[in-house]
Design a protein around this ligand. Sequence first.
Ligand SMILES: NC(=O)c1ccc[n+]([C@@H]2O[C@H](COP(=O)([O-])OP(=O)(O)OC[C@H]3O[C@@H](n4cnc5c(N)ncnc54)[C@H](O)[C@@H]3O)[C@@H](O)[C@H]2O)c1
Ligand SMILES: O=C(O)CC[C@@H](O)C(=O)O
Length: 528
Amino acid sequence: MTKPKVLISDKMDPNAARIFAERGCDVDVKPGMTKDELIACIGEYDGLAIRSATKVTADVLDAATKLKVVGRAGIGVDNVDIPHASSKGIVVMNTPFGNSITTAEHAIALIMALARQIPAADRRTQAGEWPKNDFMGVEVTGKTLGLIGAGNIGSIVASRALGLKMKVIAYDPFLTPERAVELGVEKVDLGALVERADFITLHTPLTDETRNILSRDRLEKCKKGVRIVNCARGGLVDEVALKDLLDSGHIAGAALDVFEVEPPAKDHPLFGTPNFICTPHLGASTTEAQVNVALQVAEQMADFLVNGGVTNALNMPSLSAEEAPKLKPYMALAEKLGSLVGQLAHGDLPKISIETEGAAAQLNQKPIVGAVLAGLMRRYSQSVNMVNAPFLARERGMEVREIRNEREGIYHTLVRVTVETSQGSRSVAGTLFSNGAPRLVEMFGISIEADLEGDMLYISNTDMPGFIGSVGAILGEANINIGTFHLGRREAGGEAILLLSVDSPVSADLIDKICKVRNVKRVQPLKF
Ligand SMILES: NC(=O)c1ccc[n+]([C@@H]2O[C@H](COP(=O)([O-])OP(=O)(O)OC[C@H]3O[C@@H](n4cnc5c(N)ncnc54)[C@H](O)[C@@H]3O)[C@@H](O)[C@H]2O)c1
Ligand SMILES: O=C(O)CC[C@@H](O)C(=O)O
């Protein structure tokens, strides 16, 4: 088997390359490539490991014909076009915890640096001055810290700030009252936060809701003498308003680790402003954090490329190492059932329901649902997989329902897929043998057992003597060997189904011929 090939395109701790190699991947390390260089070579790779410098834009992804996974050694994925990656079936992963402590410590360091104006005092002292009277600082003890965003990093900042005897108030619409109590912070709205905080620190992602969250208007409403720290993302704070309000003295100090445009222009308006401190996006830059994120991203990506395990993916459900072996046979079954209804159903499919029963209902449903959709969506495009299938289903306005029934029916475990078609609802179901082999057990309410494998022929007819012989004779005359033969019927003389596996594809002429056999309603070649 050929090894998956991974490109590390940013400066990354060497542990990443070591882990990739140890886990069975070929790895190239090429930091600092231009976009054109990246586009020229990305077609060779199955995996791309990045930090923040590589911009994984739509044109890079379009050139990435083999790419299966982009792994971000870090948290923010704003340098990856995730919707485009999803539409191309490429998994995007990050390492959500590896650099949280380090970044929280950087925020605390900047709070302390602002409180005591350490960078300016250092600069002037080293320049030969002794400006003892110019640097009157403030204590942080007893001061109010306003936290905007109380997720992984925000909550670590809160615990450190409480240790420094600050009072912490937090604005985060997703922070529950219970979690606020657990963190020892007071949950407030944004208006109250800006009015009360002596220091404000931002720890949200950059989204449509958070962009410019500290706008000019909000900055003007801040308590006079506030000090502001942003170690999250550029674009959260209005940089021009920040400059004006630092100049006017309304804001006493500001520290930015991140900028709206990185690197910022040499003549950025904030540069040279008294009481302004900045660092070049160093939030995650400690030895510990870089080892953590490098190890983690390489482990996650190699696990995905080599074993199919999915951890910390942003565009598909996770699949832990323990779950993966249990879920894999279900995903194979689910994909076959999805593919079967997808090949047989006519017209648009506005609704699909995926029902699990018995053992299947006790598992993580997301990968099962994703696999059904991947099988089904292949009727529209061969390049569908579990990543882009839910996205394509949404795009087509398909309503997806999940139903779990933990009680066993006649099968120990069952997956049923039902689609609404223009001719009413159509349903197929399958189970797993104890060795994990998938087996179709029901089609359109008729019991029928079959392996869905290779080239097959579906024939629906009215049950009558001699029918099987007629079909067998047509295939035999055309030298098409029948591998397996499965029959099911609603009742004697009623609606019947024949599923055949054939050793070679059946031509359109032959299908026409079978269609003409008496009482045949439909003949459809299938491929699995
Ligand atoms: N400077 C750096 O080098 C560096 C390093 C690591 C992370 N980061 C950035 O730090 C940020 C936070 O990372 P994290 O790991 O804590 O993320 P997280 O997802 O754990 O936390 C983000 C928090 O923001 C909250 N939030 C979302 N929308 C909000 C809104 N409109 N108003 C207020 N809160 C909102 C969420 O509820 C969540 O609790 C991210 O942008 C990440 O990219 C920067
Ligand atoms: O890789 C870095 O140095 C920055 C990482 C940081 O911005 C993140 O979001 O994790």
